[in-house]
Every structure is written in C-alpha cells, then in structure tokens.
Design a protein around this ligand. Sequence first.
Ligand SMILES: [Zn+2]
Length: 259
Amino acid sequence: MIVDVHAHLDHPDIEKRIDEVILNAKNAGVKLIVTNGINHATNVKSLLLSKKYDIIKCALGFYPQDALKKEVGSGEYPLALAEEHIDDEINFIEKHKNDIIAIGEVGLDYQNGHDKETQKDAFLKIINLAKTLDKPLIIHSRKAEEDVITMLEENHAKKVVLHCFCGKKSLVARASKNGWSFSVPTNIVRAENFQLLVKEVPLSQLLTETDAPYLSPFKEKKNEPAFIVETIKKIAEIKQMETEEVENILYMNFQRLFL
Ligand SMILES: [Zn+2]
C-alpha cells in the first residue's frame, strides 16, 4: 500500500505518457497518487485527472504567484500564466471541496519570489480555508521555512504536511514537536538532508512523495510515482526496519491524516 502524496501529473512530461506512468505505479504497488495543482489551469487539470483515474486523488492549490512566474519563465514548468487572484481560487476550491482530499500545493517561496506580503496574505487565507474544510495542507516552504512554521503555529493549523522540507535541524524539530508530517521526496537516495530528516523525525510523522516529474531518484530518468519504492527502501534502511513494516506504517500515517 504505497502512496505518493505530492506529484504533478498534469505536467506535460508526465501527462503525455500518463497511461504508462499509472501502469508502472500500479505494478510497483502504488495505491494512491495525490496530484497537486499550483494555479487555476493546473487545478482544473488535476480535478479532471482524478475523475478519470481511480488511483489519482486531487489536491487543489495556489503556488506563490511571483515564484511561479519565475519558474515558468525559466522553462521549469511549461504553463500559460494569467494574473490570478487568491479569492477566486478559494471560491473554486470551496466549490470542489467534495472532490479533493487536500489543499496543495501552497506556501511561501522566498527563493524564486520576493513579494513576501502578497505571498503571506494568500497563505493566510489558505490556512483558514483548510481549517474550515478540515483538509490537510501540502506545503511548499523554499527559503521561507521559518515564516511558514510561524504562520501555521499562529493560526493553529493541525493537518500539516511539509513537502520537501529543507529547513535547518531546529526547524525540523519544531515542526515535528507540533505533530506535523513531512513528506519525504524520492531524491532521498542521494540527498543527505532528507536522510537526516528521516533519522530525526518519528516514523509516525513521515509520508512519501515524488514531486514528479522533479526530484527523481535516478539521474537519467524523470520522476514518477512508481519510484516511491526507492524512498521506502531508504527509510527502512535508516530506521533499521523491514520495508514491509515501514510501508504499512506509512500507509496508516496517510490514512490518519487524509481519509
Ligand atoms: Zn511540487
């Protein structure tokens, strides 16, 4: 029972071979993939994908707009961007509350975006939305880890998944003490910071993700949900447990938070 809590299946690199990606995932024992939207267009696509394929569940989100503009500009995420307002997207998410299992990808990004106030305004509204809808938040926190944690604490967010968290050790400890979860990306096979995170955080607060098509465990291949098995192997090695036991506990963690 393997779960990928954070992927971008609408991304052209995946969408063009979606049937093959899903077959690979099923053959690898993947039970569920949570595809995450980052703006209106990808939210719409994510909803459609979750309607079309049983294995796909949907999270709707709102990525920091200025950071997204930069990433799209660099060719990292091929998208046609329009000016969007957080309030419109919140209405859209509310309308689809019964079609989603989480709110994501959301958060703050001070590396690719610099308009901190606008980012924080949107994030605050999203935290409140998640509380109202009682859905977990899947959070991006690039070079903004401390602000993300502070805002979540101040607003009493409970169902929190920190995706691909790269904050320093003291922030990992702080988030962990708050009872929040960390989704561990597949590049843990070579990224020492995630190996350390897995060592520090109790297994009951870990989840698995690909962030596909990014963060592949294999340098020569684009990432896809089937590769989660590599993360589970690595977590089992670090925690000195059997992979099957780790897999079962990770699935229970997912159920507790998302279902
Ligand atoms: Zn992502």
